[in-house]
Ligand binder design. Structure first.
Ligand code: R1P
Ligand code: URA
Length: 235
């Protein structure tokens, strides 16, 4: 067991899906995996291992924000030797032509997080998705007839922010597609340990138009994203 994960060595697969919401982890385990067992309930941050199309795979809630996902990704890599990590999250769109329920593959992440400033001093490290996972996810989505968006996302330390609109308009001008709160940490920690990482994101709301999905829809209606992530990680 690690500090925040109650699994024994060997109970977590080398491929893992990482939703922010632990109830999304439960939903994925119950609806997409077979022969499932729950290996973690510490802090209610559920983790499960099962099989998908015959391949052993785990799914672990990460909580919200860079500090929380950093704890889980560090422990999953250092204590459980996880190799492929795919975040399955939600995001808010900031481009006019990105719609609610669209699926985004985060090729890279721009951030206001202090994490990398503390690590790299004055240098701006560029957190980047693993190309193989990105390619697999893109090809899987195309095969399923989905219209995927691929590009830069903004990983924010704040969900609520004063005077946000000016920043979001500036980011949109520079082709950033959407806002979320974890990809920078996932990509940076995976790079440090030479592991493969990708964030697949469903647009849960539109920051400019105000269009949104309900919490229940967020938990249960993101099957396209989950299938793309599962098929990409086992390919
Ligand atoms: O739905 P998840 O995966 O939690 O992702 C998004 O939702 C949370 C904010 O509501 C943040 O964690 C953000 O990144
Ligand atoms: O607007 C949003 C939606 C989801 N997640 C975020 O971080 N922001």
């Amino acid at each position: 067991m690690s500090t925040h994960i109650g699994a024994k060595k060997g109970e977590i697969a080398d491929k893992i899906l990482l939703p922010g919401d632990p109830l999304r982890a439960k939903y994925i385990a119950e609806n997409f995996l077979e022969d499932v067992s729950c290996y973690n309930e510490v802090r209610g941050m559920y983790g499960y291992t099962g099989t998908y199309k015959g391949e052993r795979i785990s799914v672990q809630g990460t909580g919200m924000g860079v500090p929380s996902i950093s704890i889980y990704v560090n422990e999953l890599i250092q204590e459980y030797d996880v190799q492929k990590l795919v975040r399955v999250g939600t995001c808010g769109a900031i481009q006019k032509d990105v719609k609610v329920r669209d699926v985004i593959l985060a090729q890279s992440s721009t951030s206001d997080s202090q994490m990398n400033r503390m690590v790299f001093g004055g240098i701006d490290f560029a957190p980047t998705a693993n190309f193989e996972l990105l390619k697999n996810a893109y090809e899987t989505g195309v095969e399923k007839g989905m219209k995927l968006r691929v590009g830069n996302v903004f990983t924010s330390d704040s969900f609520y922010r004063d005077n946000a609109l000016d920043l979001f308009k500036k980011l949109a001008e520079y082709q950033v597609l959407a806002i979320e709160m974890e990809a920078t940490a996932l990509y940076t920690i995976a790079a440090k340990y030479n592991r493969q990482a990708l964030a697949v994101l469903t647009v849960s709301d539109h920051v400019l138009t105000g269009e949104e999905t309900t919490a229940e829809e967020r938990q249960t209606t993101f099957n396209d994203m989950i299938e793309v992530a599962l098929d990409a990680v086992i390919k």
